[in-house]
Design a protein around this ligand. Structure first.
Ligand code: UDX
Length: 438
């Protein structure tokens, strides 16, 4: 099937590569010429495990091309996927849908045959209906569908090729059949697929992200209580997780959620509920957001207590800058937020990350960056483990004692074996593990 993919950010690039992998003939378009040049040359503008290899394979088949030309992308295609971003509007909680609107118009203006325009971007509910009404005036037979994307960074290829479910928001049987054809191999592999109206399909995505964010903030609220009564949130979380009704996933207490999706999506969802006259229904998401931000502030407080109550003159190593492991994404990264806050309060902050240093430096140029964890930790008064990369979780605490000035570790992700490090002579600090003990 000949298709276009509009937008080659994280979502669009992965989607284009995976569609070509499934056998479709794909032309992907972006207004950012540098991205198109990189992708055409087979290199990725971001770090995603498995992406470069799959990109190389599908480019070699000739089934995937990247272009800066709207006409080249759209003409001849019968399915168009809109994969552009919906960032938070400056000065507001609402989502900025100008890029989605622009992409739909671009397709409508350049299409030369009937086809289906499929929105994948995360949008305020009601956007699809509005765009469908606009498309109805197009002289060509262009129809709209919504097919939300649930991919996680770090697992994007797996999530696209073997998703938990597919959701098709459609207004006709033809649109449903087209999407079934697009995803044929994935459906044949047994993936559940649901068909709905447009609004429900838009809501599935924001509701899923709201639920995940709520689950994380729930356990972080429990962490706050644990600190007050010297209880242990890690054991609490494990005990809760064994209950099938609750489940263990997304129940890791710590520095909380960041990245380009969860924080902005819960704010945009609340803002949309307000526009719909139902702000009361989603008021709890404001609390979810506040709990999340408090964890970052709490981490800074615990770090301050750990180094004796004063940051000035103290050297602090921050391990991790990405918002989560296996990603180089530093958008709204809790790790960098904590690093920057400690730096502002006078600490000498030394950051390491296996993949995100360049992105971090571009955002916070005044922090110190090092190309190994050991270099960052040299003579540190405290190590703050802020992103749970595997390489940090396997550090040998005995060997590492001679690297630092003071053997103190604040594990904000509850990712390492506390007892093991304690036995090796380290003073351990955490969130939800019984409060600052310095
Ligand atoms: C999220 C959704 O999971 C995905 O379905 C959607 O399409 C996009 O947004 P992503 O932003 O890649 O994906 O990250 P995710 O794996 O969901 O993690 C989000 C944040 O929550 C990270 O900062 C992570 O460290 C944090 N987190 C996750 C916790 O603090 N505790 C947990 O138990 C799980």
């Amino acid at each position: 099937m000949r298709m276009s993919v509009i937008g080659t950010g994280y979502l669009g690039a992965v989607h284009a590569v995976c569609m070509a992998h499934l056998g479709h003939d794909v032309v992907a378009y972006d207004t950012d010429a540098s991205k198109i040049d990189m992708l055409s040359a087979g290199s990725s503008p971001f770090y995603e495990p498995g992406f470069d290899e799959l990109l190389g394979t599908v480019l070699a088949t000739g089934r995937l091309r990247f272009t800066k030309s709207p006409v080249e992308a759209v003409s001849g295609a019968t399915v168009h996927f809109v994969c552009v971003g919906t960032p938070q509007l400056p000065g507001s909680d609402a989502a900025d849908v100008q890029y989605v609107d622009g992409a739909f118009r671009m397709v409508a203006e350049n299409a030369d045959c009937d086809g289906l325009i499929v929105g994948k971007s995360t949008v305020p509910v009601g956007t699809a209906q509005r765009l469908a009404a606009e498309l109805a005036t197009s002289p060509l037979g262009l129809e709209l569908a919504w097919n939300p994307e649930f991919l996680r960074e770090g697992k994007a290829i797996e999530d696209t090729l073997r998703p938990d479910r597919l959701v098709f928001g459609v207004t006709s049987e033809h649109a449903e059949k087209t999407l079934q054809e697009v995803y044929g191999p994935i459906i044949d592999a047994g993936t559940p697929h649901l068909t709905s109206d447009l609004a429900t399909s838009e809501l599935v995505k924001v509701a899923a992200n709201a639920f995940l964010a709520t689950k994380i903030s729930f356990i972080n609220a429990m962490a706050e209580v644990c600190d007050l009564v010297d209880a242990d949130v890690v054991t609490l979380s494990r005990a809760l997780g064994y209950d099938d009704r609750i489940g263990a996933r997304f129940l890791n207490a710590g520095l909380g959620f960041g990245g380009g999706c969860l924080p902005k999506d819960i704010r945009a969802f609340s803002a949309r509920a307000g526009e719909l006259g139902a702000s009361h229904a989603l008021r709890f998401l404001h609390e979810v957001d506040k709990i999340n931000i408090r964890q970052r502030e709490k981490a800074v407080e615990v770090a301050r207590a750990a180094v004796g109550g004063e940051f000035l003159g103290k050297s602090i190593a921050v391990l991790g800058a990405a918002f989560k492991p296996n990603s180089d994404d530093v958008r709204d990264s809790p790790a960098l937020n904590v690093a920057a806050a400690m730096h502002l309060k006078g600490a000498d902050v030394r950051v390491h990350d296996p993949k995100a240093i360049e992105n971090a430096r571009a955002r916070f140029p005044t922090l110190g960056y090092f190309d190994s964890a050991e270099a960052a930790c040299r003579n540190a008064d405290l190590i703050v483990l802020a992103t749970e990369w595997e390489e940090y979780c396997t550090i040998d605490p005995v060997a590492f004692r001679s690297v630092v000035r003071e053997p103190r570790l604040l594990d904000t992700r509850n990712a390492i074996d506390r007892q093991y490090w304690s036995d090796a002579g380290w003073q351990m600090f955490g969130l939800g593990r019984g409060g600052p003990k310095a």
